[in-house]
Design a protein around this ligand. Structure first.
Ligand code: SAH
Length: 232
């Protein structure tokens, strides 16, 4: 087996969550075929003292706990060589929102190093001191960075060469042309009084393409006008 081009290293307090959903279907098959590689590192291994403490109370007071900068740095330094070219990402609701364009750019690179936060988050100093890029999967707050890491990895892996079969580019999917995707239909031809649109059964590829384009534009206008605002 050739060595995977895309290598993910995930730092987490819960390595047992991986591969989890990434171990089945498209991503799992690709993992088994060596199209990508996944390594987990347990942050706890770098915890302090007999209890392997990884967190402490927030300076300035307030609720919750904060992951210690020295512990996170030790975990990163043990997992990642200084010349490792992979971007170092911290899953964080404060981060740049993850987009299909970012996913595509990450998927075309050597892989990612992903730090999963927990509790209130991570001491700010290690974000700066290890040049971590904060990435958000959306405007809501989860209890940990593991599911966001899986979201990011799943999105990347399906774009890797050889993973998606003949639709390898995914070029017609939502977001790729700045639009949401057109509707899909399959057999049966009629179901509960609802028919597949005639044009899709016409065999006229030009007409089908025009219909799909128009539907994609209509759906995008209705649901996500913000996407249209950026395209000319
Ligand atoms: N106190 C933080 C939230 C901490 S949630 C704040 O208000 O910003 C605990 C961890 O879950 C975070 O450190 C992060 O790793 C992860 N997380 C939660 N929501 C996320 C999101 N929308 N995107 C990416 N990571 C998220």
């Amino acid at each position: 087996m050739t060595e995977a081009h895309f290598k993910a290293t995930v730092l987490t307090l819960y390595p047992e969550m991986f591969p989890g959903p990434l171990g089945v279907s498209l991503a799992g098959d690709a993992l088994a075929r060596g199209l990508w590689a996944l390594e987990t590192r347990n942050i706890r291994d770098h915890g302090i003292g007999r209890h392997r403490a990884v967190d402490d109370t927030p300076a300035g007071g307030g609720p919750g706990m904060v992951l210690r900068c020295d512990v996170i740095a030790a975990a990163l330094d043990a997992a990642v060589a200084p010349d490792d070219p992979r971007p170092r990402l911290l899953m964080s609701p404060r981060g740049h929102p993850l987009t299909q364009a970012r996913v595509r750019s990450l998927a075309s690179g050597p892989g990612v190093i992903v730090l999963c936060g927990r509790f209130e988050g991570v001491d700010e100093r290690v974000i700066a001191g290890r040049s971590l890029q904060e990435v958000s999967i959306g405007d809501y707050v989860l209890s940990g960075g593991e599911i966001p890491a899986m979201v990011l990895l799943d999105a990347c892996v399906r774009l890797l060469p050889g993973v998606m079969g003949k639709d390898a580019s995914g070029a017609e999917e939502s977001f790729e042309g700045g639009l949401l995707e057109y509707p899909h239909f399959t057999r049966p031809r009629e179901w509960e009084g609802r028919a597949i649109p005639d044009v899709l059964l016409s065999g006229d590829h030009g007409a089908i393409a025009r219909w799909r384009r128009a539907e994609a534009e209509r759906i995008t206008r209705e649901r996500r006008p913000d996407l249209l605002a950026f395209s000319s």
